[in-house]
Structure formats: C-alpha cells, structure tokens
Design a protein around this ligand. Structure first.
Ligand SMILES: CC(C)(COP(=O)(O)OP(=O)(O)OC[C@H]1O[C@@H](n2cnc3c(N)ncnc32)[C@H](O)[C@@H]1OP(=O)(O)O)[C@@H](O)C(=O)NCCC(=O)NCCS
Length: 163
C-alpha cells in the first residue's frame, strides 16, 4: 500500500470512493457547509493505493475556526469495502496526524465514532459545537501540542472566520 498526496487527477476517483462508502446525500451533511468554498489542506489529503495502483482509501482535511482558533477538520475518510479491516484507515490517520503536526497544526477535530477514533487518541470535545444536526457525542478532538484544546469552546465555523 502506497500513500501519496491527492492530485487533481485523483479527484474523481476519490469522489467515487466516497460515494460508494457513504450514504447518498453525504454532501448535505452539516460538516460540508464548513468546507464550501474553502480549499482543503493539500498536504493532508492523502490516497492509499495497492500494488496495482487501485485506490483503496482516501482522506481529505479542511481548516475550520472555533472562536478565533484554527483546527483541522479531519475527514471524510473512507476505505473501499473490499479493503476494510486491513488497517488502511489507520495508516491514513497516522500519516495525516504526523503531517499535520509537522506542518505546525496544533489541534485536529472530527465527527465520528469514539470507539474507532479513540485508538488514535481522539476524545469527546466539551463545548465545541458543530453546525446542527450533529450529535455532540460524535464531536471528537486530538491535541497535537500539549493543551492545544484547553479553553477552546464555541461554534465551529468556516476557517475564513479566523482571519
Ligand atoms: C471507518 C473506515 C474508514 C475504517 O477503515 P478500515 O481501513 O477498515 O479501518 P482499519 O482497518 O484501520 O480498522 C479496522 C477496525 O476498526 C473497527 N471499526 C471500523 N469502523 C468502526 C466504527 N465505526 N466504530 C468502531 N470500530 C470500527 C473495525 O471493527 C476493525 O476493528 P479491529 O481492529 O478490532 O478488527 C471504513 O470502515 C469506511 O470507509 N467506512 C465507511 C465510511 C465511513 O464511515 N467513514 C468514517 C466516517 S466518520
């Protein structure tokens, strides 16, 4: 399995993978409103391909703003159904978090299942509110620097609000 930064040529293939792996209407999710018109964080958009070049998994990340503080909103992440359970998502997650730390990001958040993302160190964020309807129990965060989430509370809005 080889990981690489997503290129323009990968775009449709990644879209097709997401369409396959997520319920129809994924772009209606509130998290997509935070991404509208905002470029993704290119070094944190990764593909994983097998030895034949077949796309097995992908992750994209966007910046978001919480009350003046920038964070990485991790996801969407998806792995093709025929490749699930082989650790592809774990590989993408770990690479993503390592690259984010290298690029100076302090904190990462996502909306997902705590039983899965807990293994990477994500914990429920208190007082960080995604646009509705989002189950607050699924709003999780990880500090890439000690204390990076301390005292950060408020609504998650588009990254442009942090400028
Ligand atoms: C979630 C997903 C990305 C995991 O990809 P993957 O490559 O299969 O994950 P890994 O191989 O790294 O990890 C597999 C393990 O995670 C567990 N797991 C997967 N999804 C889980 C979930 N939602 N909650 C709890 N555990 C989960 C599996 O049971 C497996 O457990 P094991 O290690 O004890 O066998 C993949 O299942 C997927 O694309 N799902 C559809 C899209 C999706 O839901 N994306 C996440 C949105 S938040």
């Amino acid at each position: 399995m080889t990981m690489a930064e997503e290129t323009a040529g990968d775009w449709w293939e990644v879209e097709a993978l997401y369409d396959l792996c997520f319920a129809p209407g994924r772009s209606a999710l509130s998290s997509y409103r935070l991404r509208d018109g905002v470029p993704p964080i290119a070094p944190l958009c990764l593909t994983a391909r097998d030895e034949h070049g077949i796309l097995a998994g992908a992750v994209r990340n966007w910046p978001v703003c919480i009350h003046g503080h920038l964070a990485v909103l991790l996801g969407p992440i998806a792995v093709h159904p025929t490749r699930q359970g082989e650790g592809v998502a774990a590989m993408l997650m770990r690479q993503c978090l390592a690259v984010a730390a290298d690029h100076g990001w302090d904190r990462v958040m996502l909306v997902g299942d705590a039983p899965y993302y807990g293994r990477f160190g994500f914990e429920k964020l208190q007082g960080v509110e995604m646009p509705p309807p989002t189950n607050p129990d699924r709003v999780l965060g990880l500090a890439l620097r000690d204390g990076a989430w301390d005292g950060i509370r408020g609504h998650v809005t588009q990254a442009t609000d942090c400028k």
